[in-house]
Design a protein around this ligand. Structure first.
Ligand code: IPE
Ligand code: IPE
Ligand code: MG
Length: 258
């Protein structure tokens, strides 16, 4: 396996952890068994990301739309979250991982909110990596909340509509606290964004794998990072060689002119 280039590590990796249900179904187990194995994959991925020196890892754990799933599955997911917030405490502290969360967190049951808050506070000074859990999260919902905040500020005379620029919107989006997404991974074979980080993924490199989330491990993350390192990110500009060629051509023109 090729070596990961440590000088070109993506600064923000986001993962749509999909395929838990299918993993369980393939083994004639209830969907919840897939979610439980998915939690093991979270631990493996978190460790691997930390080892690679990725500063920010954002995981899509529960979408705003997932609230419409059967109640039993939702309860199992919330219980699993609460268990993990206890069982992974030392893992986070030992590895200097700060916990953060984005989404309409007020919709989570009170006990889940308190555990989330207390572990976030406990890990507040951890500097190794920030692990952000997207819970009750939707990219559109986050943009709606930002639009409401900006509209209220404009109504109250705190900002002028013409002052609203990219930076102003960035400031209103909690998902932008750690900067835009460099690498967006989706497991489970589907090739869609499913309302994840819509604004922050504007120039993300997309990586889709058929692997189901419970099977994802450190090597899967390395493969994704290696693939990312083989990409040329242009951000709407021309490729570097062409740019040099254009500059050389302009210089030649200038020399001919004098
Ligand atoms: C992703 O796996 C986990 C959550 C959405 C909470 P799914 O539960 O969507 O699994 P599939 O896509 O049905 O296999
Ligand atoms: C996206 O997966 C949400 C999470 C991984 C939390 P879904 O399974 O909910 O997305 P769709 O339904 O395939 O678009
Ligand atoms: Mg799914």
């Amino acid at each position: 396996m090729a070596l990961v280039d440590v000088s070109r590590i993506p600064q923000h990796v986001a993962i749509i952890m999909d395929g838990n249900g299918r993993w369980a179904q393939a083994r004639s187990k209830p969907r919840t068994a897939g979610h439980e194995r998915g939690a093991d994959a979270v631990r493996a991925t978190m460790r691997a990301a930390r080892r690679l020196g990725i500063p920010a890892l954002t995981l899509y754990a529960f979408s705003e739309q997932n609230w419409d799933r059967p109640e039993a599955e939702i309860n199992a997911l919330v219980d699993l979250l609460c268990e993990c917030l206890v069982s992974e405490r030392n893992e986070l502290l030992d590895n200097e991982i700060r916990l953060s969360a984005i989404g309409r967190l007020h919709k989570l049951p009170q006990h889940a909110q308190s555990r989330l808050l207390s572990l976030s506070e406990e890990t507040e000074s951890c500097k190794g990596m920030t692990l952000t859990l997207a819970l009750s999260y939707g990219g559109r919902e986050e943009l709606i909340d930002a639009a409401r905040a900006l509209a209220s500020a404009a109504r109250d005379g705190e900002i002028k509509p013409e002052d609203i620029d990219e930076a102003a919107i960035d400031r209103c989006l909690p998902s932008m606290d750690l900067g835009p997404v460099d690498l967006l991974i989706r497991t489970g074979g589907e090739k869609r964004i499913s309302n994840f980080l819509l604004w922050g993924s504007a120039y993300a490199e997309l990586y889709f794998t058929n692997q189901l989330w419970p099977d994802f491990d450190a090597n899967s993350l390395y493969s994704a990072v290696l693939d990312y390192q083989g990409r040329e990110r242009r951000f709407g500009l021309v490729p570097e060689v062409e740019e040099e060629e254009t500059a050389r051509e302009a210089r030649r023109e200038l020399e001919r002119a004098v």
